[in-house]
Design a binder for this molecule. Structure first.
Ligand SMILES: C[S@@+](CC[C@H](N)C(=O)[O-])C[C@H]1O[C@@H](n2cnc3c(N)ncnc32)[C@H](O)[C@@H]1O
Length: 218
C-alpha cells in the first residue's frame, strides 16, 4: 500500500446507513464524508430556524421563502438569487405533509412550514416543487458538488406518497447522480390525532439522500 492510501485509511471514519441521533450531528458527518474537498460555500435552501446548524462553525448561507424565520437570504429556492457554479454543497429539507388543516395543538405548521397547501390538480402533494428546485440546485452547484436532501414519505389522500422516489427521479432527470441513502429513525412516529385507526404503518423514519453533480459517486 502506498503512502497516500495508508494516510486515507488512517483518516477514514465509516458512516452507517441508519441514524438515530439528531440531524445536526448527522449533517456534520455527511459534510465530512462526501465532499471531495472541505466545502467553502454551503447553501441551506430551506433554513427555517437553522436547527441543522446548531453548534456548527460551517460557513452556511441560509435561505427561506418565509421572512419571519429571518434567514440570511429571503428567496424562493426554485428561482435562486445566486450565480451558477457557486456552491460546494446544497441542503434541502422541503415542507412535507401538506394540507394539515388548522389544528391549533400542532405548532408544526409554523415551525416547519407544514401549513403549506397543495391543490387537487397537483395530487395534494409537494412533488411538483422538486423539479424546479433540483434544476436550480444543479445550476448553482460546482461540478462534483453535493446535494443533501432530508425527505419523508407520508400518507395523504388515502395513498402512500413516495416523496423520496419522486425526489430521486426529479434529481436524476436534471443530471444529478443519486449516490447514497441514510435512514433516520425518529423516537416515535408523527401522528395526526385525527386518525385514530391507520391502515398504513406509522411513519417513524425519514431519509437523507445524497446526490453528486457528477458522472460518478466515488
Ligand atoms: C421543513 S422546514 C425546514 C426546517 C429546517 N431544516 C430546520 O431543521 O430548521 C421547510 C422550510 O422550507 C421553507 N420553504 C418552503 N418553500 C420554499 C421555497 N420555495 N423556497 C425557500 N424556502 C421554502 C419553509 O418556509 C420552511 O421554513
Amino acid at each position: 500500500m502506498g503512502a497516500p492510501a495508508r494516510q486515507q485509511l488512517l483518516e477514514y471514519v465509516p458512516l452507517a446507513s441508519v441514524w438515530t441521533g439528531e440531524d445536526a450531528e448527522l449533517l456534520e458527518k455527511l459534510l465530512s464524508f462526501y465532499p471531495r474537498k472541505r466545502p467553502q460555500r454551503i447553501l441551506d435552501a430551506t433554513v427555517n430556524g437553522g436547527r441543522f446548524w446548531r453548534g456548527s462553525k460551517r460557513p452556511v448561507i441560509g435561505m427561506d421563502i418565509e421572512p419571519a424565520h429571518r434567514p440570511a437570504v429571503v428567496g424562493d429556492n426554485t428561482k435562486m438569487p445566486f450565480r451558477a457554479v457557486f456552491f460546494d454543497v446544497v441542503i434541502y429539507d422541503p415542507p412535507h405533509i401538506p394540507n394539515q388543516g388548522r389544528d391549533k395543538t400542532k405548532d408544526f405548521n409554523t415551525r416547519f412550514g407544514l401549513g403549506l397547501r397543495s391543490p387537487k390538480e397537483k395530487g395534494y402533494t409537494f412533488a411538483h416543487t422538486y423539479p424546479p428546485f433540483v434544476e436550480e440546485a444543479y445550476r448553482v452547484l460546482k461540478p462534483e458538488g453535493i446535494l443533501l436532501c432530508k425527505i419523508t414519505d407520508y400518507i395523504h389522500d388515502h395513498r402512500y406518497q413516495w416523496a423520496h422516489v419522486d425526489f430521486v427521479q426529479a434529481a436524476s432527470a436534471v443530471g444529478f447522480r443519486p449516490c447514497d441513502c441514510i435512514i433516520k429513525i425518529r423516537k416515535g412516529p408523527i401522528i395526526d390525532p385525527k386518525w385514530k385507526v391507520a391502515h398504513h404503518t406509522r411513519r417513524q423514519h425519514c431519509y437523507w439522500l445524497v446526490f453528486r453533480k457528477s458522472e460518478k459517486c466515488e
